[in-house]
Ligand binder design. Structure first.
Ligand code: ADP
Ligand code: MG
Length: 400
């Protein structure tokens, strides 16, 4: 006799519809630093923000300016709390519901990417950045008895993925599921997070390893990408219930002898990406790099730009496979994740060129549409355990 689970009634989780969701882009202006206050005091900022209109004016010269619209315009007075609420909170909430999410910072070195994302804020809690605040919200929402949160922390430099939680792993391979196309990093350390303090400790360890790795390789951290991956696994609270019939086959006839609700789990992922500085690397080698190194250092970031351009233009060919960064961010741009980008700029007219290219990157990213989709699946392990129990009961009944 066979015992087969058969779907009946309800809505199969794999059918859950994908919904179109555009990449959201905020621009954040860093306050003038001491240098800029002293040296450029007589010059105005190269940008003028109109946050209530969600507009930014870029000065070309004394007479001309160009106006750009963003989803959010964050002035030099915007608090870390507000930046979190505007840029990251909607994504975090969506991850808690079972969608993948991405929060990424793009901009020239020194404009506040790490301040925005990675600031630990231990001495000044108001300064806490997006990573720390996101984990606070995640830990506050999950049910510790049934849900788990785990993290990996990686650095990508010259097309090599290094494990910031275990620096011995310095060339982690990307593995692609041939069936779903999903990418994973089976070689990366995954640490379960139970409380906020241990998470902040992990971030601190990761940051120390990042500095050490860069010293060893004689590289500047501004040239590497840092990726924090937060995996959230939640038992579904029964929103999509579905019956599984257990049929006992007897010769040609089969009859339903019972049914049970298969448990569903949601496995979603939040990726926080602190990109390498967007400024062009000097190909002449004046930074101590050979031309080959300069090309390799630039590869992932320029590949990301090309993918975003292709997606923004609805081009049939998106060159995802050109770099490790674009492979890792496949779901973040043109995939199933909800994605929020913050482009960071400085006020100095000396960096007008870099500021302009950062703004243009942000404008193109605003045209990218993702198809967000619930990441839920049957909890096969727990379903099998329950089927085993039902089977034992049936056998015991038959033996009576
Ligand atoms: P990036 O990661 O883009 O290279 P950082 O985050 O390291 O830039 O910022 C460069 C410097 O500017 C740091 O000293 C940082 O503390 C400071 N900074 C950046 N953004 C802000 C901000 N919004 N308010 C105050 N200081 C900031
Ligand atoms: Mg940085």
């Amino acid at each position: 006799s066979g015992l087969l689970p058969a779907a009946s009634g309800g809505r199969a989780s794999s059918d859950s519809g994908a919904v179109s969701s555009r990449v959201r882009v905020a621009v954040r202006l860093r306050p003038r630093n001491a240098d800029e206050l002293a040296v450029d005091a007589d010059f105005g900022d190269c940008v003028e923000l109109q946050p209530e209109l969600k507009r930014l004016k870029l000065r070309k010269n004394n007479w001309e300016s160009e106006t750009y619209e963003f989803d959010e315009v964050l002035t030099e007075f915007a608090s870390q709390k507000r930046v979190y609420e505007v840029v990251a909170k909607p994504v975090v909430e969506s991850v808690l519901e079972g969608y993948n999410g991405t929060v990424m910072a793009y901009g020239q070195t020194g404009t506040g990417k790490t301040f925005t994302l990675g600031k630990l804020g231990e001495e000044d809690t108001a300064a806490r950045g997006i990573m720390v605040r996101a984990m606070e919200d995640i830990l506050a929402d999950i049910t510790p008895e049934t849900d788990t949160v785990s993290v990996s922390y990686l650095q990508l430099y010259m097309e090599m993925i290094q494990d910031l939680l275990d620096p011995v792993n310095d060339n982690i391979a990307i593995v692609e599921d041939p069936r779903t196309g999903d990418v994973s990093l089976p070689g990366a350390t995954v640490v379960e997070v139970r409380d906020q303090k241990s998470f902040v400790d992990l971030l601190r360890v990761g940051e120390a390893h990042r500095v050490a790795a860069n010293t060893k390789l004689n590289t500047e951290s501004s040239r590497s990408h840092a990726l924090l991956m937060v995996n959230v696994r939640r038992a579904d609270k029964g929103r999509h219930e579905m019956d599984v019939s257990i049929s006992g086959e007897n010769g040609h006839s089969s009859s339903t002898v019972g049914s049970l609700r298969p448990p569903i789990v949601r496995k979603s992922k939040l990726v926080v990406v602190d990109l390498a500085g967007s400024e062009r690397i000097d190909k002449s080698g004046s930074e101590g790099h050979t031309l080959e190194e300069a090309k390799s250092i630039n590869l992932s970031l320029s590949a990301l730009g090309k993918c975003i351009n292709a997606l923004a233009e609805n081009s049939p060919h998106v060159p995802v496979r050109d770099s490790k960064l674009t492979r890792l961010l496949k779901d973040s741009f043109g995939g199933t994740a909800r994605t929020s980008l913050v482009v960071t700029i400085g006020p100095s007219p000396r960096h007008r060129g870099e500021t302009t290219s950062t703004i243009m990157f942000g404008q193109r990213a605003m045209k990218v549409e993702n198809m967000v989709k619930l990441k839920e699946e049957f909890d096969y392990k727990s379903l099998c355990r329950r089927l085993d129990i039902e089977l034992d009961k049936l056998i015991a009944e038959n033996e009576r």
